[in-house]
Design a protein around this ligand. Structure first.
Ligand SMILES: [Zn+2]
Length: 216
C-alpha cells in the first residue's frame, strides 16, 4: 500500500482548529478543505476489492506525512510502515496528535546505491522491483516509489508535483517546504524520466487513474 488517504473526520473544519499551523492554513490559504465520506476511506475501499486492511497488508509506504496521505494509517495496525528518516525527523504540517498510538514507522535510509538519475535508493523487495527514492521539497523528507512492471517503471510520485505537467515545466507549485530543493528534485525526476520508460503518477493529478489503467 502506498499512502493511506484522508478520513471522513477531516471534512469537519473544526477538526483542525486545535492545531495552530492548520488553523493558520485554513484562514490564510483556504488550503485544507476536505470532502471525504466514510466510504471513501482506504479501509472500505480495500474491502470492496476483497482486501482486509488489518490482515492482508504487510507493508505501507508513506510518501510523506501530510494528513491527506497519512490519516488512513489507522486501518493498518499490523503493517510495517515505511517513512523516510528525514521526513520523520523534520515534519512539515504533519499532525502528530492524530497519529495512531501504535505508530512506530520503520525509518528509511537510502543505502542501496544509485538508480537511474537518483544518487541513492532503497530496495523494498528482494527482487528490486519496488524501490524508494528521495524526492524532497514538497516536504523535507518526501519520497517516491518506483515499481517495475516488465521493462517499464511506474513512479508513484506522491506530491513531488501535483500534476505531471509541473514535472515537464520543472516548476513546483502548491505547498512546498523548500522551493530550491523541490526544483532540484524535479530536475532529477526529469533526467530519470528521460533515461527509461516511466509512467509518472502524482497523487493529486486527476488524470493519474486513467493513465495507469491505459498503461496496464
Ligand atoms: Zn502533501
Amino acid at each position: 500500500m502506498v499512502d493511506t488517504g484522508e478520513l471522513a473526520r477531516a471534512s469537519d473544519p473544526s477538526f483542525f482548529y486545535e492545531d495552530r499551523d492548520y488553523r493558520r492554513l485554513i484562514k490564510v490559504a483556504h488550503a485544507a478543505a476536505f470532502s471525504t465520506k466514510p466510504s471513501d476511506e482506504v479501509g472500505p475501499q480495500l474491502a470492496r476489492l476483497g482486501i482486509n486492511a488489518r490482515t492482508d497488508v504487510r507493508r505501507v509506504i508513506l510518501t510523506h506525512l501530510h494528513c491527506d496521505h497519512a490519516d488512513g494509517l489507522t486501518y493498518f495496525p499490523n503493517a510495517d510502515i515505511l517513512v523516510s528518516r528525514a521526513e520523520f525527523a523534520q515534519t512539515h504540517y504533519a499532525f502528530p496528535r492524530t497519529w495512531p498510538i501504535w505508530f512506530r514507522p520503520t525509518l528509511v535510509d537510502y543505502t542501496d546505491g544509485a538508480f537511474g538519475a537518483f544518487a541513492a535508493c532503497k530496495r523494498v523487495t528482494d527482487a528490486g522491483d519496488v524501490l524508494l527514492v528521495p524526492t524532497p521539497g514538497h516536504t523535507f523528507g518526501h519520497q517516491s516509489v518506483m515499481i517495475r512492471s516488465g521493462d517499464r517503471w511506474v513512479c508513484l510520485a506522491g506530491d513531488a508535483t501535483h500534476t505531471e505537467g509541473q514535472l515537464s515545466v520543472g516548476e513546483p507549485t502548491g505547498g512546498v517546504a523548500d522551493v530550491k530543493t523541490a526544483r532540484a528534485t524535479l530536475a532529477t525526476l526529469g533526467r530519470h524520466r528521460a533515461q527509461l520508460p516511466l509512467l509518472y503518477l502524482p497523487s493529486h493529478d486527476p488524470a493519474s487513474p486513467d493513465k495507469l489503467a491505459a498503461w496496464s
